[in-house]
Design a protein around this ligand. Structure first.
Ligand SMILES: [Zn+2]
Length: 509
């Protein structure tokens, strides 16, 4: 009899719990009747449902609405779409879009305004997780981490510099080791030179990778293969040997972190594939010698085969179309009139960029690309640069068609150009991908799950799932239907904190 009563009671309880489960939350958010877009088994799925957040975690996702008790805010999502927070896995947070170090010293007030706005600008365009691949200025990153409103920030620690490579080569012979005390010694390169006073054991792959993980808190390793900017410069520096990069990869994998290789040319990406790196940190805009291929618009067969292999092996690939595109835009005087720019750059910096001194980047690129742009008008320079942009666009389309592991990274702000402003540059990069025929699903996947997986962050980020961090974007339009949806963000939820997009704008007072 007692058992019968108990089971009857349980049955009644169970029926009521199925009908209206009660969820108790403290400091929560209930998003009701919203279209949820999230990856499931490698595809984006779309379902009408309800999400409950408590503190900084997602605690419930259900098709039927649950009864909630406790302290929480309610959002009516019936006309909205919700996606996982976006990840930009290639940023340089310590560099200013629009100023070099000399300007920073001259106008510290612009620099201060820029860094105050920087984290909000990324959030304004939905970027809730950032990976700084070369944290050469930990002081700046630490000051950003102290800000209350900011994306989640990870780094690859300090970029791995290999003795007498391009980076070290920028210093006089006797100053190189002082400039990069944590360089990696390439024991397989006979041109490698160490001072007698140096302890070789401090410059091995094991020592360098351990230092990045333990002292820098890095979640990835970034190194570099640069063989001369499409032949625009004579190679006066050393390239890493295949064996040393293979050793770095083996060491990084033993510590469960990925290796990124700066590689923007055919030879460099071939090198990256052969050495087993996990992520190629640029698109292939150099197909060989710049002079020879500039007017070629068909992908050479060798290049196509390499790209197909990169796609097949699911090597992470960051096209970073904006790196050359942004340099081209420096010569486009209308860029400063972009109506989205005042949301991401502070007014005082924008005003200065409109002065003659603020146009320093044009001179800089003309100096850098001497021999190619001499005597050309700004319009002619833009035409020339577009030919290089075309290359990376063709490559990106080829990879997308072959279902490559595209991962979204912008390299913001490469070369300190104002044309790669934080947050907005990501939106422009996405628009480029869309224009050349990368599908909207591939774009969203690249900026969410593909990035999370590539950096071993999928237990926290990349999809809308229970127990993941509540970094979510609420939009008025569906980003699987139109790329412009990314500029219709209504609200941003960062670590469970709800923010109206307009409050993140640089124009907001
Ligand atoms: Zn970079």
């Amino acid at each position: 009899m007692r058992i019968l009563k108990l089971s009857l009671l349980l049955a009644i309880l169970c029926v009521s719990c199925q009908k209206e489960a009660i969820v108790f939350v403290e400091n929560g958010i209930s998003i009701e009747n919203v279209t949820i877009l999230t990856p499931k088994n490698g595809k984006y799925s779309s379902v009408k449902g309800n999400i409950i957040i408590e503190n900084d975690k997602i605690i419930s996702i259900s098709e039927n609405q649950k009864t909630i008790k406790g302290s929480f805010k309610t959002i009516d999502g019936s006309s909205k779409y919700i996606i996982p927070g976006l990840i930009d896995s290639h940023v340089h947070l310590a560099s200013i879009a629009g100023m070099n170090w000399k300007h920073i010293q001259k106008y510290p007030e612009f620099s201060e305004a820029y860094f105050n706005q920087l984290p909000k600008s990324y959030l304004y365009y939905g970027y809730t997780t950032l990976i700084d691949v070369n944290n050469y200025n930990p002081k700046i990153i630490n000051s950003l981490l102290e800000k209350e409103i900011r994306p989640d920030i990870f780094t690859c620690g300090e970029q791995v510099v290999i003795d007498h490579d391009l980076m070290m080569n920028e210093y006089e012979d006797d100053k190189r080791f002082d400039a990069y005390p944590n360089f990696l010694h390439d024991e397989y390169n006979e041109n490698s030179r160490l001072d007698d006073s140096m302890d070789v054991n401090e410059h091995t792959p094991k020592a360098i990778v351990s230092r990045i993980v333990e002292e820098n808190g890095g979640i990835c390793i970034k190194t570099l293969y640069e063989d001369g900017f499409g032949g625009t410069e004579d190679l006066t520096w050393e390239l890493p040997s295949k064996n040393i990069i293979k050793d770095v990869v083996a060491e990084a994998h033993s510590q469960n972190i990925p290796v990124l290789l700066h590689a923007n040319g055919y030879e460099a990406q071939k090198f990256g594939m052969e050495t087993g790196v996990d992520i190629l940190a640029h698109g292939m805009w150099h197909w060989g010698n710049l002079q020879e291929y500039l007017n070629i618009s068909e992908l050479p067969q060798t290049h196509r085969e390499l790209l197909i292999e990169i796609a097949k092996q699911k090597i992470g690939y960051q096209p970073t179309i904006r790196v050359v595109g942004g340099q081209k835009d420096v010569f486009d005087s209308s860029f400063l009139n972009n109506k989205n720019l005042p949301h991401v750059l502070p007014r005082e910096l924008l005003n200065w960029l409109n002065t003659e001194e603020g146009h320093w980047q044009e001179q800089n690129i003309k100096k850098y690309a001497k021999g190619f742009v001499d005597g050309l008008s700004n319009e002619e320079i833009m035409v020339l640069m577009q030919k290089v942009v075309d290359k990376v666009e063709i490559v990106t389309k080829e990879l997308a068609d072959n279902d490559a592991n595209l991962i979204f990274g912008t390299d913001t702000p490469a070369a300190n150009t104002h044309t790669m402003p934080p947050g907005l540059n990501g939106y422009i990069e996405m628009q480029k991908w869309s224009q050349i025929g990368v599908s909207l699903e591939q774009i969203l996947m690249a900026a969410t799950m593909n990035n999370a997986k590539a950096f071993n962050l999928e237990s926290k980020y990349g999809s809308i799932d229970i127990n993941k961090i509540a970094n979510l974007i609420l939009l008025d339009k569906n980003p699987l239907e139109a790329i412009e949806a990314y500029n219709t963000i209504d609200k941003i939820i960062i670590r469970g904190q709800l923010i109206d997009r307009k409050n993140l704008s640089a124009t907001y007072r």
